[in-house]
Design a protein around this ligand. Sequence first.
Ligand SMILES: NC(=O)c1ccc[n+]([C@@H]2O[C@H](COP(=O)([O-])OP(=O)(O)OC[C@H]3O[C@@H](n4cnc5c(N)ncnc54)[C@H](O)[C@@H]3O)[C@@H](O)[C@H]2O)c1
Length: 282
Amino acid sequence: MPLAASPPAKPRDSRASPSRHAPGIADKVALVTGAARGLGRAMAIALADCGATVFVNDLALDSAEAAAHELHERGGTGEALPFDVSASAAVHLAIDALVGRAGRIDILINNAGIGDFVEFPDITDEKWTRMLDVHLKGAFNCSHAAFPHMVRQRSGKILNVSSVAGKRGDFIGNSHSTAAKAGMIGLTKSLAFYAARHGINVNAIAPGLVATELSGAMRGNAGNDDRAHPGGKARTARRDRGGRALPRLGCGELHLRRDIGSQRRLLHGLARHHERCRFTAK
Ligand SMILES: NC(=O)c1ccc[n+]([C@@H]2O[C@H](COP(=O)([O-])OP(=O)(O)OC[C@H]3O[C@@H](n4cnc5c(N)ncnc54)[C@H](O)[C@@H]3O)[C@@H](O)[C@H]2O)c1
């Protein structure tokens, strides 16, 4: 797949944010999936601000290009790379083309995702398959395509964006996305164990609820019913011994108050400490 046309790389504006250029990230080549908006966009910006060349993936060329353009405007380097993470052949073609163009792939963030708030009886075969295909198979496809290049380099970082739902599982709806996110944690552990021998680190993060279009759509689907959210007051999965609903004060509730701006600051911090977060397999 040819790389999407994008504005030519601008020389980096040294006045943009020199203090943000992190030695561990500067000059690295990164691919962030689902980066046209939301958390992926925030991570792409954080990496570009730290000096990485960022390939911005999403389904549609125009939205990926718009995000890449934002990186250029901030003085960074970014390029659109549209593909569907669930389509194995397209993923391999695109990642091979990326490496052909940039010479290497140092960082892969498997972030692409879809939201779909439905209670268990309403999860159709089609919904189940799409959810697993985008999140779990998507993370597998991209990791599988990047892996041989990282092995050749004897280095690489893969970060899977799971969810607090995949760790805790105590959301009322969303059994399919919870299963997919839990699967991503299993994939992370297993691949981290395998990849460590090649100098490749594999990690996962499990965000709580962050205000994005995805979480907004979930809220919309649920008719703005609090039961979709940890900390919601209408119905929760957690009850006391007498069967009374317990209010939950978990990280999910705290994250609800986070907007993309504060999440981005958090991710800048994460990017700066990226080099220190090494997985060691004994
Ligand atoms: N927002 C939250 O509350 C929250 C909480 C926990 C985990 N997450 C996870 O974080 C990730 C990002 O979520 P977000 O809230 O920023 O969502 P978002 O909807 O704002 O962004 C997701 C992006 O992924 C893209 N995408 C969807 N399917 C794709 C595919 N098949 N191939 C390529 N791109 C695709 C979308 O077009 C979109 O741009 C998701 O994996 C999500 O499950 C989000």
